[in-house]
Design a binder for this molecule. Sequence first.
Ligand code: SAM
Length: 470
Amino acid sequence: MLSTKLPQPFKERMALELKEEFPSFIATYDSPRLNGLRVNTLKISAKTFLERWPFELEPISWAQDGFYYNYTTYPGQHPYHAAGVYYLQEPSAMAVLYYLDPQPGERILDLAAAPGGKSTGIAACLNRQGLLWSNEIQPTRARILAQNMDRWGAPNVIVSNESPDQLAGRLPGFFDRVLLDAPCSGEGMFRKDPEVMDEWSPEHVLSCAHRQALILESAAALVRPGGRLVYSTCTFAPQENEEVILRFLDSHPEFRPLAQPDPDADFVHPSALPEAVRLYPHRLRGEGHFIVSLLKDNSCGYTAPKGKKQKPISNPSSRSKQSAKPDHPELDKFVEEALSPLNPELGLTQRLSPENILAFGNHLYAVPATDLDFQGLTILRPGLYLGEKKPGRFQPGYSLALALTQDSVSSYHAFSPNDPLLDRYLHGEAIPQEGPNGWVLIGVDEFPLGWGKRVQGLLKNHYPKEYRKR
Ligand code: SAM
């Protein structure tokens, strides 16, 4: 019984807050958690996915492309997951996208983005137009974020491993919308992830609130005048939610909370900050969440966060010289031989032109914006990783594969989800396969998974080692 293990001070605070609703709130801890998946609309429409998916799905009212699934169907193990056809995400967390409301063509920053639940949703909304900058401060989590974004296949994503204040110093007022899905005490996740309880204490709540206020300062500086800042947490503690925001609003008259229509009648508005919403597990089918949107006044200028003096930080990926517009004959040859005329919807045609290509040593990236200076920043992906120049040839990258479609390449090989050869490909094995020599885009049905290189009847496996099944 999880409800008996909840920290006592947490229960007491929730009892005071929820009053007669408290018993039904507590009862949720002894019922199973809910599981959600969100369809990658860059690859398939939610409608078509529903027609094709062999298991039952149920719409999540506040998430356009989100569905509840039964955990016994294990969608994480289906090859469609490896192809980035959907992302597994806690249902309440999907609501943040509704409040952020990213529009194609905008510049969006996801400041605390790992493992990438919200970033994948934003990338889908942008529909390959504009720019998504996904940042994560912790290096190992940033690497996971980069991998999840690779799998998602959006060509317009930058992934960095930076502190919020470093980014604020470099990109003040640069973004149309900034999401701060803040690190928090995680009270709303106790059911999903009971270990979170081990770290919880009233002191931890206060230290989270202090950290949130600091990050919020940086987040605010990154929003352009007239832009939107969305703050969210997965905790119930008012100290980390309304109180952080009300204090912030007191010292930032250029921001005001934005009231938005509720996507679900069971979202609750806290009386201290009625524009915000709280999601409670006893009221709806999801875990706990808090979300508020803030609008930055159109007429305000940029004020640097107090006490900031930016110093360059060490950056292994930018030590090699950035070259602006050199020739890349190896890439040109690859494009000519292996890619067929690119579907304009992919947004890749222009990205593959020399002015959009950035070289870090022999590694080539298609950048989503040409006016960015990455020097001194720890950037894991300055854009779509195209691949590596080797003497006389080009080795296409995994990210490029996932951003393509079957009609964009000269050679595509589709495995069906149950084909034993697909399993062998995902294990990293070479596979006998007749056909002309050269690069082959391998996929499950129409969804690309990675590259193979056919040489005299044998498909050499270029599925990255870190993604292989063990
Ligand atoms: N938005 C993510 C998603 O939807 O998948 C979840 C983000 S999680 C709630 C908060 C993130 O903030 C964690 O990845 C954590 O590493 C990061 N974080 C921790 N301390 C931070 C700090 N001081 N500044 C910025 N981010 C921080």
